[in-house]
Design a protein around this ligand. Structure first.
Ligand code: HEM
Length: 466
């Protein structure tokens, strides 16, 4: 196989960034990395245009070590995969299992245990009534973030957005799940929790070669197993303590203490970074497009005014704010990537292609949301496109499904979206956002971990509006 055959995997964008480490690329190449483009597809070597070069109409197959992959870059085949019961499982990742996640929802094998968890989580966390009930917490935490930003501006004259929204997001989850709030920053009791989540996120995002080359497993070349073991010991103590304080949580669901630790740890973990990463991207776009920022602020001023605190009930009257969130999800889709992949439980077909049991299926959402066959001027950030045509984002329209679709669709989607919309509204009502260094653009480089993050943390000047 020539290097051209695999070079598209090294594109700076999309899931292909997984292979951006050159040594890993060589290892993969040396170890028999096979690519098969399924019939009807052509292949061009231009790496940065990988998705477009396939006209986003492709299903592509290749293997890494013992793992067979298919990738969909087109809404129809994506829909077929995500909605099919044949793909209701997730591939095994050593780090996920090492971090207890096989007992939590996201990586639990498809079956009774997983179904039970989805039921319980809808009742306690994700049902519409529960999401509405937590609205006051979200508002309170949003107001605290506004105060924190004012303090940071006073002290440093600039704000590293990620830090503030990450703390806010973590506190929001802790308050929602446990009714407990933490203090972050120096000597706060939340600092340890913050570091546990960050470490877990990093470990799950690592492309671990042991997952695909079992023979490498015992060597633990990347140190993933050792780090997971160390982390889990700390998580057991931290989350175990909270469970003791909230013994009622166990109810009669027949969950053991270690199941509870796994489930609650997953909620902390997933609810935090997804929301924080998305908000950072949105604010980056606000800095980059001051005219869009001003338009959203004048909508807020018109509907809510400058002084009244924004609530969940205002969000339905802020259509422009909502399409900014949608457009950011399109241009910077947080996933899906290998960690969100699906596993074929039995032999099946996608279109006319036979897919054997055990194949890992990935939807390259980046390719779909940047396809010029689906979107006009896909590279342009233009929220108005969603005022001209409403595109559902909750999993029914696969042109834009940032929360996945089908049986394993994100159960936290309504809560995640409500949180991002409310906090964005609060942050835009309270501040004008500029780059910390005047006249400098915003570095939009992407870095693929468990989600697609900004490679360089966004540092802003937030100038109070009220
Ligand atoms: C902007 C916010 C969020 C985004 C973009 C997001 C995205 C996703 C995606 C793409 C999946 C995979 C879906 C699939 O395979 O079809 C997923 C699954 C999941 N998400 Fe989210 N998510 C967000 C917020 C949240 C929140 C706030 C929580 C919980 C507090 C959460 C909990 C989960 C869980 C537990 C799963 C696994 C579901 C399963 O396998 O059955 N997510 N999310």
């Amino acid at each position: 196989m020539s290097s051209q055959n695999v070079i598209f995997l090294n594109s700076p964008n999309g899931f292909s960034s997984l292979f951006s480490n050159f040594e890993l690329f060589l290892l993969c190449f040396a170890s028999g990395f096979h690519l098969v483009v399924l019939p009807g597809l052509s292949q061009r070597p231009k790496q940065a245009q990988f998705a477009q070069s396939f006209k986003a109409s492709s299903l592509m197959a290749f293997s890494v070590g013992l793992t067979r992959f298919v990738i969909s870059s087109q809404p129809d085949s994506a829909k077929e995969i995500l909605n099919s019961s044949a793909f209701a499982d997730r591939p095994i990742k050593e780090s996920a299992y090492g971090l207890l996640f096989d007992r939590a929802m996201g990586f639990a094998p498809y079956g009774e245990y997983w179904r039970n968890l989805r039921r319980i989580s809808v009742t306690h966390l994700f049902g519409p009534k529960r999401v509405a009930h937590f609205g006051e917490f979200r508002k309170e935490i949003g107001s605290e973030m506004v105060c924190e930003i004012k303090n940071l501006m006073f002290k440093n004259g600039a704000v590293e957005v990620r830090k503030v929204v990450h703390f806010g997001s973590l506190n929001n989850v802790m308050k929602t799940v446990f009714g407990k709030k933490y203090k972050f920053g120096k000597n706060g009791d939340g600092v340890e929790l913050e570091s546990l989540v960050t470490e877990g996120y990093e470990l799950l995002g690592i492309f671990n070669w042991s997952d695909h080359f079992p023979v490498l497993g015992w060597l633990d070349l990347q140190g993933v197993r050792k780090r997971c073991k160390d982390l889990v010991a700390k998580v057991n103590v931290f989350v175990g303590k909270i469970i003791q304080e909230h013994i009622g949580l166990k109810g009669d669901h027949k969950l053991t203490d270690s199941d509870m630790i796994a489930i609650l740890w997953e909620m902390i973990f997933r609810g935090t970074d997804t929301v924080a990463i998305l908000l950072e991207w949105i604010l980056a776009r606000m800095v980059l497009h001051p005219e869009i920022q001003a338009k959203a602020q004048s909508e807020i001023d018109r509907v809510v005014g400058k002084n009244r605190t924004i609530s969940d009930s205002d969000l339905q009257n802020l259509p422009y704010l909502n399409v900014i969130v949608k457009e950011t999800l399109r241009v910077h889709p947080p996933g899906p990537i290998l960690s969100w992949a699906r596993l074929a439980i039995h032999d099946t077909h996608v279109g006319e292609h036979f897919i054997p049991a055990g194949t890992t299926a990935i939807v390259n959402m980046w390719a779909i949301t940047h396809s010029d066959e689906i979107w006009s001027e896909p590279e342009v950030f233009r929220p108005e496109r969603f005022l001209e045509e409403d595109v559902a984002i909750m999993g029914t329209d696969l042109r834009l499904s940032p929360f996945g679709a089908g049986r394993r669709v994100c159960p936290g989607k309504a809560m995640g979206l409500a949180t991002v919309q409310l906090w964005l509204a609060q942050l835009l009502q309270s501040f004008n956002w500029y780059n910390a260094v005047e006249g400098r653009g915003v570095d939009l480089s992407e870095c693929l971990k468990l989600s697609m993050e900004m490679e360089k943390p966004l540092v802003c000047k937030a100038v109070a509006r009220v």
